[in-house]
Design a protein around this ligand. Structure first.
Ligand code: FBP
Length: 262
């Protein structure tokens, strides 16, 4: 095993990732005429100086070329559509080898812990961690508690348990949702141990609310965020990206960076 190379993605324990797998996970309802085009998102990632972009392999294969290769790529190896109403399960659709051939600096995988199908996702994830770590490739786990046995996906205890599962299963970076509980979230992050926490953006909030959220997750001790809709559904994605970047990388407050959006 080679120590996973996190330095491609994380600087001084800080990270800002742009997520664009929603076309698979949610479908076109998230898009408009601009952000339906993967090129528009890659341009935001480049100009907004994101530390990585998260894509599924299909989009990576057709769009991650030329200057875009400067942006470190994370390929998410599993996925599901919003068309089924089965118990939460996301199956592997791309191999570690294929992701690396496409230029990935890390691979990602969603686990719906608590779901009836949890054992299958644990099994697939275990193999991915082994293959990726043999190549020195870090693994990002989306730890999304979900299913009949999870009445509240956002309770601090459930999130803390999910973060811990990510650590126990070998994730290097854990992507997890935020529950607007700054104090409770410190416990979530403690449970991740040496795995890094990046927080998912969630549904679109106002720019100021989102900047406050970024500020709060950093106060809680997160490494950063892996945002999607809040940025690429914004009318000012580049200005918002600059503002977010300064909160994460330069320890600025939400108030300090609001001028970008005025
Ligand atoms: P957003 O910032 O747009 O919420 O993206 C984060 C993310 O984890 C995406 O990677 C993924 O497509 C989406 O959320 C899935 O969210 P959910 O399963 O809750 O619909």
């Amino acid at each position: 095993m080679i120590i996973p190379r996190l330095s491609n993605l994380i600087t001084n324990n800080k990270a800002l990732f742009l997520a664009y797998d929603q076309g698979l996970e949610h479908g076109p309802s998230d898009f408009n005429l601009r952000n339906v085009d993967p090129k528009y998102i890659l341009d935001i990632a480049l100009e907004g100086k994101y530390d990585a972009i998260i894509l599924e392999h299909g989009v990576a294969e057709k769009y991650y070329h030329g200057a875009y290769k400067e942006i470190p790529l994370i390929i998410k190896l599993n996925g599901k559509s919003a068309l089924t109403h089965l118990s939460p399960f996301s199956t592997q659709i791309c191999s570690v080898k294929r992701a690396v051939q496409l230029g990935a600096k890390a691979v990602g995988f969603v686990i719906y812990d608590g779901s009836e199908q949890e054992p299958k996702m644990f099994e697939q994830f275990g193999k991915i961690v082994e293959e990726a770590h043999d190549l020195g490739i870090p693994v990002v786990a989306w730890m999304y508690p979900r299913g009949k046995s999870i009445p509240n996906e956002l309770s601090t205890e459930v999130l803390a348990y999910s973060a811990r599962i990510g650590l126990e299963l070998g994730a290097d970076i854990i992507k997890i949702k935020y529950n607007d509980d700054v104090e409770g979230y410190k416990w979530v992050i403690r449970n991740a141990g040496r795995a890094k926490i990046v927080v998912a953006g969630g549904n679109k909030r106002s720019n100021i609310d989102f900047l406050k959220m970024v500020q709060d997750v950093m106060i809680s001790g997160a490494t950063g965020i892996a945002v999607g809709r809040n940025v690429w559904q914004s009318e000012k994605p580049i200005a918002l990206s600059k503002a977010i970047r300064e909160i994460i990388h330069d320890n600025k407050s939400a108030k300090d960076v609001l001028h970008y959006l005025e």
